[in-house]
Design a binder for this molecule. Structure first.
Ligand code: SAH
Ligand code: SF4
Length: 359
């Protein structure tokens, strides 16, 4: 039964159809409503003129449509990144980032308010865990970005000004640990993928995890249609546990076994993320250690120079060290790697910089 808190963006197309049918309305109205939500990107019931008044009235009474008003929007100086502080109905807030790379627009969405995993260099980890997001709150972030692309506000800086651009990719790399909120995240992915909606297929959705082993195994078992990124940062258990406390619960050998199972069962390559911190994990020895760990696996390494956060004193790696790291991986281990383009650092919208103060 729908309640006043039923979030329309949290229903799959089939769930929406069943809801309207249960209310005694024709499935035709459900199909039209779905089109309004994901093709029209409607932000209010008033923007759905072809729905009969009785259907709209029922929806207004028993569902919610757009509970994520923008509390703040900030553009990076280069115009390629826009960070949104979005308000949730219970007064909590999350951050969502619109990123423009060459030839594609990506939404970086949050899966939780805060995070329980406590990685030492991450601003979200530093703020602690408040709650999981619902599927509707996750999908609504992508809808928000898609709508912002279609209707950019007047005077928006040049990098984001091409009206009509389409959202092409979603990365679950915002605030929170997606595999700690497994069911809601998978439900959201089902909605994002719908070919009659945002149509973000498996190739266009990437989920990044700190290394929640049971979640990785479940993804493999269920053959979930998305790319997987695993945050590694160190190639020994001791070094990793010092950066990523979750490694004490899910040790490196168990994590690597789960990654092998995942690649074997899904046939997919995994992206391994490595935040490069000067003097800590960016030496030639570190590159060889990760090379040995991943050699022979279907892997790509994403190197992320450390972004500054208030609670961690480390320094980002120098670009020569990042290049040396890449060269060793490529030449000695045939492992492809990329250095993450630094985007939005001036507005604290880079990896690991997302955090909000308490309201
Ligand atoms: N919770 C998930 C996804 C969100 S974080 C995860 O940890 O994988 C996305 C990526 O940013 C992760 O690889 C994370 O380790 C990295 N990251 C966190 N803090 C960072 C920082 N200060 N600088 C650079 N990368 C950081
Ligand atoms: Fe959580 Fe990921 Fe930040 Fe670690 S890096 S604290 S898992 S959001």
């Amino acid at each position: 039964m729908a309640t006043s808190s039923t979030h329309l963006h949290g229903l799959t197309r089939e769930e929406l159809r069943l809801l309207l049918v249960r209310w005694g309305f024709s499935p035709v109205h459900a199909a039209r409503l779905w089109s309004y939500l994901y093709l029209g990107l409607a932000g209010s019931f008033a923007a759905m003129p072809e729905l009969p008044v009785k259907v709209r009235t029922r929806l207004e009474t028993d569902t919610r449509l757009d509970p994520l008003p923008v509390a703040l929007a900030t553009d990076s100086a280069d115009g390629f990144t826009r960070k949104y502080l979005l308000a949730l109905p219970d007064g909590e807030r999350i951050e969502t980032v619109l990123m423009r790379f060459t030839g594609r627009v990506t939404a970086c969405v949050s899966s939780q308010v805060g995070c329980a995993m406590g990685c030492v260099f991450c601003a979200t980890g530093q703020m602690g865990y408040t709650r999981h997001l619902t599927p509707g709150e996750i999908v609504a972030q992508a809808v928000h970005v898609a709508r912002a692309l279609r209707h950019p506000p007047p005077g928006q800086c040049h990098g984001l000004s091409d009206t009509g651009a389409r959202l092409r990719n979603v990365v679950l790399m915002g605030m929170g640990e997606p595999l700690h909120n497994y069911d809601a995240v998978m439900h959201a992915i089902d909605i994002l993928r719908d070919p009659n909606g945002l149509a973000l297929g498996a190739e266009r959705i990437t989920l990044s995890t700190v290394g929640v082993v049971p979640g990785i195994l479940r993804l493999a078992e269920e053959k979930r249609p998305c790319h997987l990124a695993v945050s590694l940062h160190a190639a020994t258990q001791t070094e990793r546990a010092a950066l990523v406390p979750a490694a004490k619960k899910w040790p490196l050998d168990e994590l690597m076994a789960a990654c092998r199972t995942y690649s074997h069962q899904t046939g997919r390559r995994i992206f391994y993320e490595w935040t490069l911190i000067e003097g800590k994990n960016d030496s030639a020895e570190h590159a060889r250690a990760v090379g040995n760990l991943l050699h022979g696996l279907p892997a790509q390494i994403n190197l992320i120079p450390l972004n500054p956060t208030a609670g961690y004193a480390g320094t980002p790696t120098r670009s020569e060290a990042a290049k040396r790291f890449q060269k060793i991986l490529a030449e000695e281990f045939s492992l492809p790697s990329t250095v993450r383009q630094r985007r939005g650092i001036d507005i604290a919208a880079g990896c690991g910089q997302l955090a909000v103060g308490s309201v």
